[in-house]
Design a protein around this ligand. Structure first.
Ligand SMILES: C[S@@+](CC[C@H](N)C(=O)[O-])C[C@H]1O[C@@H](n2cnc3c(N)ncnc32)[C@H](O)[C@@H]1O
Length: 497
């Protein structure tokens, strides 16, 4: 492996680290890498997960919900993965969101979000309260982002596929917290993904540095006074790390670096020729020592860089969006807000079937704190307090509830994944040891006795119809029960193969 490192990269790392440290750094490429997963604490407590977990786990010291698992384990091949109980994530990649210190109820932007590792981590920290806006400018990568948010059962996320400069007017001064997990030259991923080396040779560090500079400036405009930006990369080059932060601080005097003690420090000494210009102020140079470097030879994880930037409270005004009244389906109010359909036509769809579904199947009111919005036939529950998103490329304006089609309501898979067993009036919970659990995930029809359908006989007498299918009490999708058979509604693209 060490032989394949790009020679230019090797030479630069010797210059940066010095011969002795470089030898230790180089040796890490021949050591086994670490594997991690992060528990979805919006679906299960850490203690309950550890009770149930079939894997040998060891805590990741810097991530409250993160654990190492051993090489050879296959957490992606377990029903709990399909229930969204955890996300498989490289351990160092868990650090940036931990440092963002997200609190329930905040407005958070994940600006470069696909495929959603850090978005799902933010969502778990929000515990369903507040607003999560996730964005990626790459349309194909956004599909994976949507799927991961659905798997995690996230209810309060809006997914955009935008160039950040087009978001500035809508979100000026809006967010309490912003994560910029920036596109970068990926030097820290050479051990984990060897083809990153070929990509490195094709793209220049300067190309990424230019993008990062823009993203930082754009994020500053969307941040509320007193808010926090976390900037992270998975690369070593000072041009993409310390230099970005020093330049940002000089251009944005209202911001400070919040020092990180947990990891090795950023390197002010690397702000010099031939890597960087030497024009930064003494204050900015000093401040970058408070940023963090995660080195693969000094901890159990890949290479990362993280900076926490806080804006002064006196800087600008927080923009409070016009809060549109909360609309609940049923109980008299059925005035869901109607968004534009994809074709640009106003939705005229009746919400009666959704009301009927809610009455029949849902015990609580999971949409009560959300705004119901219809785009064409598709119904979404959108987080309250969002500004108007007109003009933006909105992939998901909120939690996708389902389709209203020819007088019927078809619940979405995302709805099932965002519910809890206790919220359903009709459900089936299979034990993970029951061979039908895997057969359900493979898309098969199951034999299910009427007595197995969980329902409150006072409220829902009939066993027939849609039911929330769970594994060990955690929802995995929908089924339709009739006469001892469960018709499988698990989506083809999600099936166990
Ligand atoms: C390091 S990856 C993000 C990984 C992600 N945060 C996670 O944890 O799963 C960087 C992402 O930035 C996206 N990207 C690149 N340029 C962008 C831009 N100008 N605006 C928004 N996203 C951008 C890329 O498509 C890529 O998905």
């Amino acid at each position: 492996m060490t032989k394949q490192l790009p020679p230019l990269f090797r030479d630069k790392m010797i210059d940066l680290l010095g011969e002795d440290e470089f030898e230790r750094f180089l040796a890490s490429y021949d050591q086994a890498r670490s594997y991690g997963l992060r528990v979805n604490t919006s679906k299960i407590t850490k203690a309950d997960f550890l009770d149930k977990s079939p894997f040998a786990l060891e805590p990741v010291p810097w991530a409250s919900e993160g654990f190492y698992y051993e090489e050879g384990e296959r957490p992606g091949k377990h029903p709990y993965y399909h229930a969204g109980l955890y996300y498989i994530q490289e351990p160092s990649a868990m650090a940036p969101v931990e440092l963002l210190q997200v609190q329930p109820g905040e407005r958070v932007l994940d600006l470069c979000a696909a495929p959603g590792g850090k978005s799902t981590q933010i969502a778990a920290k929000l515990q369903g309260e507040g607003v999560l806006v996730v964005n990626d400018n790459h349309s194909d990568r956004v599909k994976a982002l949507v799927k991961n948010l659905e798997l995690f059962g996230v209810r309060n996320a809006v997914v955009l596929n935008e160039r950040p400069e087009r978001m500035l007017n809508v979100f000026q001064g809006y967010f309490d917290k912003i994560l910029i997990d920036a596109p970068c030259s990926g030097e820290g991923m050479f051990r984990k993904e060897e083809d990153m080396m070929q990509q490195w040779e094709r793209h220049s560090v300067q190309e990424f540095a230019a993008m990062q500079r823009e993203l930082l400036g754009q994020a500053a405009q969307m941040l509320a006074p007193g808010g926090t930006i976390v900037y992270s990369t998975c690369t070593f080059s000072p041009e993409e790390n310390e230099a970005q932060i020093a330049e940002f601080l000089d251009k944005h005097p209202a911001f400070d670096v919040v020092p990180i003690d947990r990891f090795d420090h950023g390197q002010p000494g690397w702000l010099r020729e031939p890597w960087c210009e030497e024009t930064y102020s003494a204050q900015a140079r000093e401040a970058v020592a408070g940023t963090a470097r995660l080195w693969p030879h000094r901890l159990r994880g890949e290479g990362h860089y993280v900076a926490v930037l806080r804006s002064g409270v006196g800087f600008g005004e927080r923009q409070d969006a016009d809060v549109v009244s909360v609309s609940k389906v049923g109980r008299g109010g059925r005035d869901a807000l109607r968004g534009k359909g994809r074709a640009g036509t106003e939705s005229r769809v009746s919400l009666e079937p959704l009301q009927a579904f809610e009455d029949e199947l849902l015990r609580s009111e999971p949409f009560a704190a959300l705004r119901l919005v219809c785009y064409g036939e598709h119904a979404y529950a959108s987080p309250a307090g969002l500004p108007e998103l007109h003009g933006l490329k909105v992939v998901r304006p909120g939690w996708y509830i389902g389709a209203l089609h020819r007088g019927r309501f078809e619940p979405s898979h995302a709805l099932a994944m965002g519910l809890r067993l206790r919220e359903a009036k009709r459900a089936l919970s299979l034990a993970s040891s029951d061979e039908r659990a895997l057969r359900y995930l493979k898309g098969e029809t199951l034999e299910v006795a009427e007595s197995e359908i969980i329902r409150d006989p006072e409220v829902t007498k009939a066993a027939k119809g849609y039911c929330l299918v769970c594994i060990d009490e955690h929802p995995v999708g929908w089924g339709k029960w009739i006469d001892g058979m469960l018709k499988n509604e698990y989506p083809p693209g999600w099936r166990w193969t």
